[in-house]
Design a protein around this ligand. Structure first.
Ligand SMILES: NC(=O)c1ccc[n+]([C@@H]2O[C@H](COP(=O)([O-])OP(=O)(O)OC[C@H]3O[C@@H](n4cnc5c(N)ncnc54)[C@H](OP(=O)(O)O)[C@@H]3O)[C@@H](O)[C@H]2O)c1
Length: 360
């Protein structure tokens, strides 16, 4: 006799029929953006005419904190090539409390974070009071990180940690020589400075902001390369060997310099394009110095490895200065921060306070 198949439990939604969110929507002459009421029915992962049930495998989260990453800023622009749906609630990062869902390991009350995959890009993200997220994308908050600190790290901190993990997997150790971090004042950059310094590396920051040097020194930076030195046109295909390794999130404006100044056998973990996507180099760093260009992707890393990186961010990869110097913005005051980030004016991390947002 066959046992009757039992349908998965479908929980009742606890999200109100309307809630507050920041929305970016394509318009004829660009993108309209701002905070407005959003209907529960418009969230993915729901069932019923007003989204009154949570679909199997989905989890409802009351978002407490999110953050602003460069990718989020791009998602609010017409030319950013990030948003894949319109309207879109951006926010590739979110942290808060599970309030409903049928995943036994994520019972209501569980403290969680989520980032990457399609969040804030092809599926509504974290700049909202509530989110529905597939259980398979969720990371339980590790001991030692609350929702605010997790968002102080966010995708930027995660990417910095992954960069260090990949460089160390290739043999990098503190005694090998100085490590350069480009875009040092930004989210990925300043967290990478803090992680490397806490692990005993001699860290140098490449930055266009002289007035950020004091803050970066307090995170552990030992020295600086001014922007003019690494964005200028090269005179030679190879320059003096300086760096045992580098963490680069600036791309076009800095990677050619990094490649021609890495020491023999060095490596750069490349994650970003804040200074442009295309770059020109010669093959000489690769064929004469055996250097390696390691690509870093945070968005589609497997959930198992993602959870392990977060465990390490709370322990042996915890950056120096975590939680300090944060810019704390609300859903209503996001726009000036988005514009500053698009101008390359980022300083550290911006976190978005959702908890306390007035209900509709
Ligand atoms: N691969 C991934 O999974 C992944 C994950 C996270 C981020 N990213 C990418 O990494 C990059 C940085 O992200 P983020 O969130 O750290 O951004 P951010 O906070 O805006 O920092 C970017 C920093 O880059 C530097 N910069 C900006 N424009 C520049 C230019 N034209 N020339 C030289 N330097 C410039 C600035 O630092 P200084 O003034 O100190 O030089 C700026 O603060 C972005 O491209 C983002 O999309 C990728």
């Amino acid at each position: 006799m066959f046992r009757e198949e039992v349908a998965p439990t479908v929980r009742s939604s606890v999200i109100p029929e309307q809630f507050r969110a920041f929305v970016a929507e394509k318009a004829d002459d660009g993108v309209t953006r701002g905070t407005r009421d959003v209907r529960r029915a418009d969230l993915p992962g729901g069932e019923g005419s007003s989204g009154e049930r949570v679909a199997a495998g989905e989890v409802e989260i009351r978002v407490e904190w999110s953050s602003i990453n460069y990718k989020d800023a791009l998602a609010t622009t017409a030319s950013g090539k990030v948003a894949r749906i319109s309207p879109l609630i951006p926010g590739i990062d979110l942290a808060g409390e599970v309030v409903a869902g049928d995943e036994p390991s994520l019972a209501p009350g569980s403290r969680v974070l989520a980032h990457g995959y399609d969040l804030g890009v092809a599926r509504h993200g974290g700049w909202a009071q509530y989110a529905r997220v597939p259980a398979a994308w969720i990371v339980p908050l590790p001991d030692g990180l609350d929702a605010r600190l997790a968002m102080a790290l966010g995708t930027a901190g995660f990417t910095a940690a992954l960069s260090v993990i990949r460089l160390e997997a290739r043999g990098l150790r503190p005694g090998n020589g100085p490590v350069l971090v480009t875009g040092a004042s930004g989210g990925v950059g300043s967290t990478a400075v803090g992680i490397l310094a806490a692990r005993g590396y001699e860290v140098w920051g490449a930055t266009g902001k002289r007035d950020e040097e004091g803050r970066l020194r307090s995170l552990g930076a030992a020295g600086f390369v001014p922007r003019g030195e690494y964005t200028g046109a090269p005179e030679r295909a190879l320059d003096r060997e300086r760096w045992a390794a580098a963490v680069d999130s600036v791309g076009g404006a800095s990677l050619p310099y990094v490649l021609r100044t890495l020491r023999y056998g060095g490596a750069v973990a490349a994650s970003g394009n804040a200074g442009g996507a295309g770059f020109a180099t010669t093959v000489f760093p690769f064929i004469l110095r055996g250097v390696a260009l390691i690509g870093i992707d945070s968005a589609y890393l497997s959930i198992d490895e993602r959870r392990e990186v977060w465990r390490r961010l709370a322990t042996d990869l915890r950056p120096r200065g975590l939680g300090e110097g944060l810019t704390d913005v609300s859903l209503e005051s996001l726009e000036p921060s988005i514009d500053a980030m698009l101008r390359g004016a980022a300083r550290g991390r911006w976190i978005v306070r959702i908890v306390g947002t007035a209900p509709t």
